[in-house]
Write a protein that binds this ligand. Structure first.
Ligand code: ADP
Ligand code: MG
Length: 319
């Protein structure tokens, strides 16, 4: 049995489709895993059950061979060893950074408490903000306080529910780089859930994909990107264009080569959006009602231009 073992979890709230459906997952000690899924795919439910904060209908969770009891089986729900940073991180608004991080440690020995608070402030580079209130911090700093508060009790498992969703791109990249190094240093087991593939791939190499409460694929991010099991998984990673006259065959917009004079398919640029790294084009392929999406890295094409598209056969995705 691996360190964190999730077996056959089902949770049905009775609203038509189960939030989780026979979901099994193994995470090794010190493993870092991101689970990706669209809104409603069961991410929050899964983390709350792992943490012992929500009751499942079927299935079990084990940490180090010990069964995690759910709220119907345990007087005080939850475990110190398993810390969940919820999406709304719920910092105490009238307590300083230092006080927020100290709160969960109140029942601990004074020296351990002092050491842990200092360690968290150092680790997360929050020393200079220790006397501030949450409202005086940036979103990224607030998120770090929430993570520091969870890590302060030295848990074995850290669960994070969409921790970066309220942060802008620059803040996000900064905090993710910082956290990855911290998690490796602490050797803590981490499961993050998110709807954002890039965020997941920036934080962890191991990914899982949730769809309708099922784990549909798990593995290294690059392997899932290259060999997605179905359309849903592929579409989380990139825009897909349906190849005319072939059913269920697609090409990623990032795998298209654009040309002015020749190519496999001819079309017309119907819209162009200026994005930070490329122009996002929509193209009407001759004889096809569907608009294709393409990335124009050189920003060469204008609306109304004729354009040719080429791709390699081995890059076609068939489902
Ligand atoms: P995610 O975090 O991926 O958005 P959730 O786990 O929050 O997904 O929700 C999965 C499904 O379960 C959704 O259809 C949601 O409406 C339903 N659900 C979640 N929590 C509850 C609840 N407490 N009561 C009833 N339905 C719920
Ligand atoms: Mg959620």
């Amino acid at each position: 049995m691996s360190f964190l073992s999730i077996r056959g979890l089902t949770r049905d709230y009775g609203d038509g489709m189960p939030a989780l459906s026979e979901l099994s997952l193994e995470v090794p000690n010190g493993g870092l895993l991101s689970l990706i899924g669209e809104s409603g795919s069961g991410k929050t439910t899964l983390l709350r059950i792992i943490a012992g904060l929500e009751t499942q209908d079927q299935g079990e969770v084990f940490l180090n061979g010990e069964k995690i009891l759910n709220p119907s089986e345990k007087l005080v729900p939850g475990y110190e060893e398993i810390q969940l940073v919820e999406q709304q991180h719920n910092l105490y608004p009238h307590s300083t950074v230092e006080e927020n991080i100290t709160r969960p440690l109140l029942s601990y020995d004074a020296e351990f408490k002092r050491n842990q608070v200092e360690a968290m402030l150092d680790l997360l580079d929050l020393q200079k903000h220790r006397k501030k209130l949450p409202s005086q911090l940036s979103g990224g700093q607030q998120q770090k306080v929430a993570i520091g508060r969870a890590l302060g009790v030295a848990p074995q498992v850290l669960l994070m529910d969409e921790p970066f969703s309220s942060l802008d791109g620059i803040q996000k990249r900064g905090i993710i780089d910082e956290l990855r190094a911290i998690f490796e240093q602490l050797q803590v087991t981490v499961v993050m859930v998110t709807h954002d593939v890039d965020e997941a791939m920036m934080l962890t190499e191991q990914l899982g994909v949730l769809h309708h409460g099922k784990l549909v694929q798990k593995g290294l991010g690059r392997d899932i990107h290259q060999n997605p099991v179905n359309f849903y998984v592929a579409n989380l990673f990139s825009d897909l264009n349906p190849v005319p006259h072939l059913s269920n065959v697609y090409i990623r917009s990032s795998d298209l080569l654009l040309g002015r004079n020749q190519g496999k398919l001819k079309g017309e640029v119907v819209s162009s959006q200026y994005l930070s790294a490329y122009n996002h084009l929509q193209i009407r392929i001759d004889g096809s009602p569907i608009l294709w999406k393409a990335k124009d890295g050189e920003r060469k094409y204008q609306v109304g231009d004729q354009i040719f598209l080429t791709y390699k056969e081995e890059e076609l995705l068939k489902f």
